[in-house]
Design a protein around this ligand. Structure first.
Ligand SMILES: [Zn+2]
Length: 400
């Protein structure tokens, strides 16, 4: 095994050992359950995954007894609309990101800081805002949550040099195409291609207008623009007609994002269509919050449970949609329990009094799991969640 240790100068490495894992949910759709009971991470990066007897667990700086609970990668919300700090003007709520951490979300991808009061729409202004948001959230991690923000919305008049400049400044994602003044496929496609050329990923708003002032984006514009992610294929909130959703699954090769704040029936249609096409690896999950529907600290967990129970996919597969699938589609180094990946985890167990026989069965029956601990970059962020129903068993820090 290659050594993934990268200790800072003059600082002894930190070694996290998680033992007694009852169920290891890898986040990888091809091998969603691993035959392993132990994970070791060094300096916030996963170093080894396997059976305790085969792994060097000595010299740990932190040891966690998982007490037989399940370990999964931290959940990823592929579609959020942050503004600044841990505040959203959409519902004038403080602490929403920290609250999502208590729903197991450890990574968020901005689909545009579009709720910013007085959001600049001129090109210098939108670039400045994107770079500010990217910098601010890189330095500010509420509870340890990593927010990939700084997602400019396309406006008429942008030229190739604007994308070069944004990429050089560290911008990695575009905000939803269609939320600015670019509302035609020809212009959208040209700008998305410039973004892609410089390593900036794109998402398109799909469906009816989300709030007064936004507009319909139909399947023809989605296909013509060819953004990397078909954003909220189930609408945010208003979905396209069923035949258009099926056409997008069939004809676009891009990621299919299902969101909490969309049409649930349309979300199930997209899931079933992707499953029939043997394209489940393209399905990723987001909340599209904060929004008119509020913020959903348990939104990704609720999607996993809804899609598993009503979409009839195994719970361990549904968990991959909100972890490894999103990480792969969005080129993030989290979302999988594998050597070299970020040591960011959520511990799950059956909620107390669930009718499910075990964790996976309880999710397949439509219940939410309980969260007993969340770890980000190798450090304990929270212990028992204040937001999920209580987990039956919770892990314990046995040595720090
Ligand atoms: Zn949208």
């Amino acid at each position: 095994m290659s050594d993934t240790t990268a200790a800072a100068p003059n600082k002894p490495p930190t070694k996290l050992v998680i033992r007694n894992i009852g169920l290891l949910l890898s986040g990888d759709l091809d091998h969603s359950i691993l035959d392993a009971d132990t994970v070791v991470a060094v300096d916030g990066v996963i170093h080894a995954v396997g059976k305790e007897k085969d792994i060097d667990t000595t010299a740990a700086t932190t040891t966690i007894d998982a007490k037989g609970t399940a370990l999964a990668p931290g959940l990823i919300d592929s579609h959020v609309h942050p503004v600044c700090g841990d505040w959203t003007p959409r519902q004038n709520q403080l602490g929403w990101i920290d609250s999502c951490l208590h729903g197991g979300v450890t990574t968020m991808v901005s689909a545009g800081e579009v709720h910013t009061p007085g959001r600049p729409k001129d090109i210098v202004g939108l670039k400045a805002m994107a770079i500010f948001a990217q910098r601010a959230f890189q330095a500010f991690r509420p509870g340890g949550v990593k927010v990939y923000a700084g997602a400019p919305v396309l406006e008429q008049g942008m030229v190739e040099d604007d994308f070069t400049e944004l990429a050089a400044a560290g911008v990695k994602f575009l905000g939803e195409v269609g939320l600015g003044s670019v509302k035609d496929g020809v212009t959208g496609r040209r700008m998305v291609a410039w973004a892609r050329k410089y390593g900036i990923q794109s998402t398109i708003h799909t469906g009816g207008p989300s709030i007064p002032g936004s507009s319909l984006i139909d399947k023809d514009m989605v296909l013509e623009t060819d953004a990397d992610v078909v954003g909220h294929i189930n609408g945010g909130h208003t979905a396209l007609p069923d035949d258009q959703i099926v056409a997008l699954c069939e004809r676009s090769p891009r990621a299919l994002e299902i969101v909490h704040n969309g049409n649930e029936r349309a979300g199930l249609l997209a899931l079933r269509t992707a499953k029939d096409l043997k394209q489940l690896h393209r399905v990723i999950l987001g909340t599209d919050s904060p929004a008119g529907s509020g913020v959903q600290p348990l939104g990704i967990l609720r999607m996993i449970s809804m899609l598993s129970s009503l979409g009839e996919i195994p719970a361990e597969v549904a968990i991959c949609l909100g972890t490894g699938n999103t990480a792969k589609m969005r080129s993030l180094n989290c979302g999988l329990i594998a050597p070299g990946r970020e040591a960011t985890f959520v511990f799950l167990d059956t909620a107390q009094q669930s009718a499910g026989k075990n964790l996976l069965d309880s999710i397949q029956k439509g219940d939410l799991p309980g969260i007993g601990m969340v770890i980000t970059d190798g450090a304990v962020s929270i212990q028992r969640s204040r937001n999920t129903p209580p987990a039956t068993r919770v892990p314990e820090v046995v040595r720090t």
